[in-house]
Design a binder for this molecule. Structure first.
Ligand SMILES: [Zn+2]
Length: 73
């Protein structure tokens, strides 16, 4: 899947680069490649919903709704 069309702001925690990650074929989230901050996972069913779910995760990221990496995570 190509997520290049989805715009991502810089990481709200560290200003790093966010990356859309697909996990297990059922959910996507956005994660910072530098500090590990991430959005909640958005579940999807089938490839048609994958892009929608990815855009939803990107919206959360761009709205700064992220979970900061805590100690021990
Ligand atoms: Zn970061």
């Amino acid at each position: 899947m190509d997520f290049d069309s989805i715009y991502l702001e810089d990481c709200p925690c560290c200003g790093g680069v966010g990356s859309i990650e697909e996990e297990g074929g059922w959910c996507v989230y956005v994660q910072c490649l530098d500090c590990g901050a991430h959005t909640g996972a958005v579940s999807f069913e089938g490839q048609e919903e994958l892009l929608i779910a990815a855009e939803r995760a990107a919206m959360n990221w761009n709205a700064r709704k992220v979970i900061a990496p805590g100690p021990g995570e």
